[in-house]
Design a protein around this ligand. Sequence first.
Ligand code: S3P
Length: 414
Amino acid sequence: MSIKGEITPPGDKSISHRSLIIGALAKGTTAIRGLLESRDTMSTLKALIALGTEIKRDGELWLVHGDQFKEPCSIIDAGNSGTTARLLSGITASIDGMSIITGDNSLTNRPMERVIKPLEQMGAKFMARQNKYLPMAIRGAKLRGISYKMPIASAQVKSALLLAGIKGIGTTEVIEPIKSRDHTERMLKFFGATLDIIGTRIAIPGEQTLEAREVIVPGDPSSAIFPAVWATATKDSELLIKDVCVNPTRTGFIDVLKRMGADISIEDIKDIAGEKVGDAIIKGRDLTSTTIEGHEIPLVIDEIPILAVAAAFARGRTIIKDAKELRVKETDRISAMVKGFAALGVKVEEMEDGMVIDGPLELSSGAVETFGDHRIAMAFYILGKIADINIWLDNQECVDISYPGFFNAMESLG
Ligand code: S3P
């Protein structure tokens, strides 16, 4: 089914988390406009309140009264949000006292040793279930800067270390194997921090003071991609996506879709609060297969489920590899996509680090298990729209993790 129209995606999830956290670090009152009010970002908001920050809504703004961190009296529940758990581990590592972080069934099975190890090297103490999972207790300390070569590309780990380093003694240096999303670096600079960035090496001097700012959160490209793929894969579609973040560490999916033959143009690019924001115009086209691998993976990591859906409608064999990190997201996203595809008649082969998809085939209606993962639910919903088949999702509420109102927004287009 083709679509025509215009949509403004909800606020960017990564930038929303960071605006709350960096606002809580800064001196003064930070005003946030366009904050994503979803389950994940509310986990961060509640956690910061438990850590002593005063946060209030004032009409369309969220006001964060920063620089008030204290030892929490209650256990911090990060819910389903890896960004909350990992970024706040960096914050609590420098709060004098003990903090305990836990999460839901999915988050308590996701790896935390990737933040525990470097933060321990900086001087914080951790006790975690099996030494690597939530719940974990953190005893904060005056941290020392370290030089840390990250074994995996992860913006959450990088951000935890930068947020810890900015309050520590000396310089913290983080070296990424491949560049990941850079919202933390951009926002810290916007709040007045000094950072030295050369390629994938970031150095942040400690004992810095941040000043409150007004942040305008742009639309989330990882949410915009759902209607974008719908429009791309259906002939005669034409869609305008307004005010979406076009930071190059997030728009890898546009390069992938263009390689597949998509007609996407970005217009009216502006600089807002340290981020690039623009409008995207998308027209329906016939798609062909591609390969997604290597350095491109961190730039499309959250978009792979819906890119795999695009591949199911593309002529030829699409290969997705080097994407083992997908196995430790909100669910094992390789396994979840392969199972869902198999239930609907998509020709797919599971690989340890990705999948191979042969398209396009005639698809049939069917039931899909989401494993409570928002991006799996939205990806299969869009597959149903493109193929004009019925998809029964076992869990629809999970979309509230990143895109409350998703189904109504999509219904208004189709
Ligand atoms: C995020 C980083 C990525 C991404 C997640 C959000 C962030 O996780 O998958 O949805 O906001 O920093 P990793 O750091 O684990 O790659």
